[in-house]
Design a protein around this ligand. Sequence first.
Ligand code: DAH
Length: 342
Amino acid sequence: MKFDLGSIMYILENASSLEDLEKARLSMFGKDGSITEAINSLRFLSGKDKAEQGKELNKVKTAVLDAIAQKKRTLEEEALNRALLSETIDMTAPYKQSNEGREHPITHVIEEVTEIFSSFGFSVQDGPEIETSFYNFDALCVPHHHPSRSDQDTFYFDSGALLRTQTSSVQIRSMQKLGVPLRIIAPGRVYRPDYDNTHSPMFHQIEGLAVGYGVTMAHLKWCLEEFCRRFFDRTMKLRFRASFFPFTEPSMEVDVPCRRVSGKIEVGMEGDWLELLGCGMVHPDVFKNCGIQDDKITGFAFGMGVERLAMVKYGIGDLRDFFCNDQRFLKYYGFSISDKAH
Ligand code: DAH
């Protein structure tokens, strides 16, 4: 039997995959393969013919097996290169923005307010969320019969400790710790048993306290006016309305001018007023309760609700939305990290 080595090599050379190559190998070396058959039929020959054909066949067999092994290596190498290529990272491909984390509007507002008051020389102070009645009420001159102390309005532990209802407790802790004069703000969580579209049992306040010699209401007014101008990005006349808080005398609530247009509030436009925060001059008894005896020391304090600031500035309708962690809300009202530059 004669083999056309040229055409065998041609077939092997053109095998385009490992499967093709295996098929070609089986067609020659399988049980019924052409080379297998030729080797088997040698037994019908004898003498010189057998020796010659045997030698010839061996040559073919070796050449073909070498060619198959060679081609196999080439095809395997190509398959590896293809896999490597398909796994390369395309640095120019657009990235998926949908998975980017966003800054919660509450965090954002706390950062904005902190930045403004830092520029006025206020440092940031912290206090515990589980408080004693002394820091949350007594030292702030809240009398025992005051309704805010009842268990309808304050979360109490069996031990008598409570979840702070106001960041004003940090006023006392800061004066005890740092002494006076001082200028601090204290952002943080506070708790009250309320739940509707403008109340949540946990919410955030930012307390402010400035104490020193010769601190007057003029300083308080400037601070709050300048704060509002920067926070709302426009100059506006604030309304200081007489009010009452046990730890300030006199006490005031501050309103910002606003206009309500088809259910939306536009701050800064004249027409109506929107209550923004509480403030006043620190009551002399508060100083005494902190062990400060100096009669010449005066101070002002203020407290504002962070959710309220965020709702007003960013037009958010329901306060409970802040804490549902609905991805659609966070995507819409959250802040991209790149917004931080502004
Ligand atoms: N703590 C008050 C509240 O939760 C807010 C407040 C009012 C804080 C007047 C103050 C202040 O520091 O001077 O309603």
